[in-house]
Design a protein around this ligand. Structure first.
Ligand code: SF4
Length: 321
């Protein structure tokens, strides 16, 4: 097996629900509930699910932007979860994020040059000249020009702003980029350009990606493997081709059926997943998907399915236990 860059074991993030005049703990929201996976060097792992499924929380936990309630995160065999602040700073050079809304994540009062230089200043990297040189290089890498460096974020289109967000993530020469819905806010015509750019950059710099999206269609071509999350749990994970050709979990099957089909004659085949997404504060017992599952059996209502490994295709569903 190729070298692992990241290993996640039993990761949990629970938020307390408090109430009453004494702020008593009434319960908890299990935003991320005991998930485990690994990422190999140089690959792209897609993580997909509806909003509120815990995928963005997972991304933030991996960078320790928020603290885990439990579990281990190993980056290059080093445990991130209990690192000191100075150790963590070093790791954060190696792990960078690209966010969904480039406008919200770029300081509107700073020029592109200042925005791109900032991570280098934070990490004490390079002289002023070296930093300026790197700004120019990275602007070119993402398809912009050095004259753009004196402009402000509002002077760019959405697609260009996301290119700036990507350039900023590249500044510290990271090993892992966590891209949290990087194309969701963009027009469909621009999405493909940004995805192609990310793919080219990955090859050029030997990067590893975790690519978070709510749409299985978006991650299909960029991902080597794809994991599907539902209400804080990872319910299926497999090689990309295998997952799209042979989805095993009824939720993944429903998500794939919900991917829009452009041909009007095929419209009848597209069905949205029935029922509302239950509240993460009060998830259903047993299999969390049982309230929406067409294959639901009695056991599903009371017993949480254990993840099965079917020749490298992981699935948590009683149909396969
Ligand atoms: Fe459906 Fe049961 Fe499988 Fe859950 S465990 S997805 S309810 S068949």
């Amino acid at each position: 097996m190729p070298e692992l860059l990241l290993e996640v074991n039993g990761l949990k993030k629970y938020y307390p629900i408090t109430g009453g005049i004494f702020g008593r703990k009434l319960g908890e929201v299990k935003a991320v509930d005991n998930i485990s996976f690994y990422v190999k060097k140089g690959e792209t792992l897609g993580i997909v699910g509806e909003s509120g499924c815990g995928k963005s929380t997972t991304g933030r936990l991996l960078m320790r932007l928020i603290e885990a309630s439990d579990g281990r995160i190993l980056f290059e065999d080093k445990e991130i979860t209990n690192m000191s602040k100075s150790e963590l700073r070093k790791v954060r050079r190696d792990i960078q994020m690209v966010f969904q809304d480039p406008y919200a994540s770029l300081n509107p009062r700073n020029t592109v040059e200042q925005i791109l230089e900032e991570p280098l200043i934070v990490h004490g990297m390079g002289t002023k000249e070296e930093r300026k040189k790197r700004v120019k290089e990275m602007l070119e890498v993402v398809g912009l020009s050095s004259y753009h460096s004196k402009r402000y974020p509002h002077q760019f289109s959405g697609g260009q702003r996301q290119r700036i967000g990507i350039a900023r993530a590249l500044m510290t020469k990271p090993k892992l980029i966590i891209a949290d819905e990087p194309v969701s806010a963009l027009d469909v015509s621009i999405q493909a350009q940004v995805l192609n750019l990310m793919s080219d950059i990955q090859k050029e710099f030997g990067l590893t990606y975790i690519f978070i999206a709510h749409d299985l269609g978006v991650v299909r071509h960029i991902s080597d493997r794809v994991g599907v999350m539902y209400l804080g749990r990872l319910i299926e994970l497999a090689d990309s081709e295998e997952l799209y050709e042979n989805p095993k979990h009824p939720y993944t099957q429903a998500l794939l059926n919900a991917v829009p089909v452009p041909d009007p004659d095929l419209k009848k085949q597209t069905s949205l997943i029935e029922g509302e997404l239950p509240s993460p504060a009060n998830p259903p017992s047993g299999c969390a998907f049982h309230t929406r599952c067409k294959e639901c059996m009695e056991i599903c209502k009371t017993q949480r399915p254990v993840e099965q490994n079917l020749n490298g295709h992981y699935v948590a569903c009683h149909l396969y236990s």
